[in-house]
Write a protein that binds this ligand. Structure first.
Ligand code: PLP
Length: 396
């Protein structure tokens, strides 16, 4: 079976066809993923097409990656131009885009310096290493339900025991209930190197803390000498209706991690350090062959430019509030979120809803035990939101 993407101006074919591809994937790829039964071949804005030409509204957005939408023309143009000029050099040399991007991130976040890597987990690893170098301490306090990645360091501070157990020994965090300042205070000691928090918990099912919680965390760290790390891998770049999740509370961390939406869909991560720790790493303390490469940095600069041109941060706040109010009309157990980072808590297994919505042309993702996470591209329209809410309503 060979599919054709009918809605596309450029014809896009699956060369292999769905059934054959799925069979070959199972034989060629190490089986760590549970995939949905779709072969995607093209995307534009908030829409993707499968190999049979079927169109879907994409409310997964590459797991909160495609904030500027699929194949945003400014990002595509920047990638094309850079690909024809210089793709990779390593960090043995200076390249302009990397410095321009670091300066842009400094302006947007108020942090002092950047280290570039290639994923969220790598950003977290860099943060853990910087913590050790800055404080001489390795103990970390993290939140229950948190997710920080799957590499060994990040895994040790990720909450779900089923993820950690097969890979022990790990340097494991002390986990405390999220949004509970007293519990955090009790757990942080003179031995604590850092407290790491997501400004909104994503993988857990989208949990928003009280603004006072992050302020209390800042105070607890200041009192104990521990560093405060905000993992903004998922909450960054307009997702929560502000440029960064931290901006909802006004709290500045010592270290911030970024990835996902940073480079418009290309793999890129970053660790940003505040003034207090920005000069701790010495030459050779950390490195990445690909980190901050010319191509991904060009894509990231274009992504940020597109976000500004299209006022996507404001759009996320406005449309997020609209979507949450529409979802509440479906009378679920709970609707949580900030901006276009929304958790629809159904209080029951969501797998069937996800499947039925997919059959009706909507891509959804369930996370946590009973929550559908809605993280559409920020370029999504009100009409597309209406359609998705209607489809979810029909699927319930
Ligand atoms: N930190 C947070 C808050 C995340 O949501 C994720 C991924 O979902 C990660 C870290 C890991 O990012 P990556 O999959 O790019 O390693």
């Amino acid at each position: 079976m060979m599919g054709k993407c009918e809605a596309a101006q450029v014809e896009v074919f699956s060369m292999i066809g769905k059934d054959e591809l799925i069979k070959r994937e199972s034989e060629a790829i190490i089986q760590t993923y549970t995939r949905q039964d779709v072969v995607l071949v093209r995307g534009s804005g908030a829409v993707v097409w499968d190999c049979d030409g079927k169109e879907y509204l994409d409310f997964v957005a590459g797991i909160a990656v495609n904030n500027v939408g699929h194949c945003h023309p400014m990002v595509v143009e920047a990638i094309k131009r850079q690909a024809e000029t210089l793709i990779h050099t390593s960090n043995l040399y200076y390249t302009e885009n990397q410095v321009l991007l670091a300066e842009e991130l400094k302006k947007l976040t108020g942090m002092k310096r950047a280290f570039f890597c290639n994923s969220g987990a790598e950003g977290v690893e860099a943060a853990l290493k910087l913590t050790r170098r800055a404080t001489g301490k390795s103990k970390v306090v993290a939140a229950e339900r948190c997710f920080h990645g799957r590499t060994l360091g990040a895994l040790g501070i990720t909450y779900k025991a089923v993820y950690r157990e097969p890979f022990r020994p790990l340097d494991e965090a002390t986990f405390v209930p999220y949004n509970d300042p007293e519990a955090l205070k009790a757990a942080v000691t003179k031995e604590t190197g850092a407290v790491i928090l997501e400004p909104v918990q994503g993988e857990a099912g989208v949990y928003v803390p009280d603004p006072d919680y992050l302020r209390a965390a800042r105070q607890i760290c200041d009192d104990s000498g521990a560093l405060l790390i905000f993992d903004e891998v998922q909450t960054g770049f307009g997702r929560t209706g502000r440029w960064f999740g931290k901006d909802n509370s006004g709290v500045m961390p010592d270290i911030m991690t970024l990835a996902k939406a940073l480079a418009g869909g290309l793999p890129m991560g970053a660790m940003l350090a505040a003034e207090s720790v920005s000069e701790v790493f010495q030459r050779g303390d950390h490195a990445s062959t690909f980190g901050g490469g010319a191509l991904v940095s060009a894509a990231a600069l274009a992504t940020i430019e597109a976000m500004k041109c299209e006022r996507l941060v404001e759009r996320s706040a406005e449309l997020g509030a609209y979507m949450r109010s529409e979802l509440k009309k479906l009378q679920p157990r709970e609707v949580r979120g900030l901006g276009l980072m929304i958790g629809l808590d159904l209080g029951a297994d969501c797998k069937q809803v996800v499947q039925m919505a997919r059959e009706r042309g909507v891509l959804l993702n369930n996370t946590g035990d009973h929550t559908i996470r809605l993280v559409p591209p920020l370029v999504v329209t009100k009409e597309q939101i209406d359609r998705v809410v209607k489809v979810i309503g029909e699927s319930l």
